[in-house]
Design a protein around this ligand. Structure first.
Ligand SMILES: Nc1ncnc2c1ncn2[C@@H]1O[C@H](COP(=O)(O)OP(=O)(O)OP(=O)(O)O)[C@@H](O)[C@H]1O
Ligand SMILES: [Mg+2]
Length: 244
């Protein structure tokens, strides 16, 4: 029995290793490697530890900073220039006076990363709980790692709320805070909230966010609020049922 489970474990490890190699070959092209080397020589990261998640357009790695850095780990989001959705990016960059539409695919992705960095800073300054952004360069964003030694914090979708009523009110308040400060996330949902080990909810994935004055500012805010309402609806009714 032990031998079988050991063999199964070995096979699983083998598959994970192959997957990791595939991810790294896919996203870590020569250009990304050069950028990582720059981040290393500037003393921002010491190593890329393992991929946390591979999406269609980006891979997020856990990284370790050099000794003495104020954070124990970092999250490094690397956008895949070839796989990024050009049209989608243009829709959210157009009409935002802070950024320029670039015809060159690579340059547009760099603009997108700058946008995510600036949006994180903006939200942090207005007191919204987001991972602190450390820096960005080309197609790479470096921010605080949300999680524990063992791994990254799960999304709200995967984990479920800590306390439905409290979390619902908190996220609605965060969306309102953004709105009052002239910003809208524009992709707020249970998929872009991380449940940290300390019981706090962090909002992530801010590249889509736009500022007031954008023609879609109001409807995108409404959409964010509706997403929160939709997600918590089921939890609220079951919580209330439990109390009866
Ligand atoms: N700061 C962070 N700390 C820990 N994990 C993170 C962090 N940022 C992102 N992640 C992990 O990476 C995943 C994807 O991040 P994000 O939502 O920013 O990218 P995305 O472009 O939407 O990718 P996807 O298509 O995979 O959703 C998150 O669900 C989370 O698991
Ligand atoms: Mg996301």
């Amino acid at each position: 029995m032990a031998i079988i489970s050991k063999r199964k474990g070995a096979l699983r490890e083998d598959r994970m290793l192959k997957e990791q190699v595939k991810i790294e070959a896919n996203v870590l092209d020569k250009f990304a490697m050069q950028t990582i080397a720059e981040l290393m020589s500037q003393g921002i990261i010491q190593s890329l530890d393992f991929p946390i998640r591979q999406g269609k357009e980006s891979v997020v790695f856990r990284a370790t900073p050099p000794e003495g850095y104020p954070a124990e780990h970092l999250a490094v989001k690397i956008y895949n220039v070839e796989n990024s959705d050009f049209k989608h990016m243009i829709e959210y960059i157009a009409n935002d006076p802070r950024f320029r539409i670039r015809k060159n695919r690579r340059k547009l992705v760099h603009e997108w990363v700058k946008k995510e960095y600036r949006n994180l800073l903006l939200c942090e300054r207005m007191g919204v709980l987001v991972p602190h952004p450390h820096t960005f360069r080309n197609n790479i964003l470096v921010m605080d790692f949300i999680g524990e030694e063992g791994g990254a914090a799960p999304t709200l979708k995967a984990h479920g709320p800590f306390d439905p009523e409290k979390d619902y009110k908190f996220l609605l308040r965060e969306a309102e805070k953004m709105y009052e400060n002239g910003f809208v996330h524009a992709d707020l949902s249970e998929y872009n909230v991380l449940c940290a080990p300390n019981g706090k909810l962090y909002i992530i994935d801010l590249a889509q966010g736009v500022v007031k004055g954008h023609p879609m500012f109001e409807p995108w805010h409404e959409r964010d609020v509706q997403n929160i309402n939709r997600y918590f609806k089921g939890f609220m009714s079951s919580a209330k049922r439990d109390r009866v």
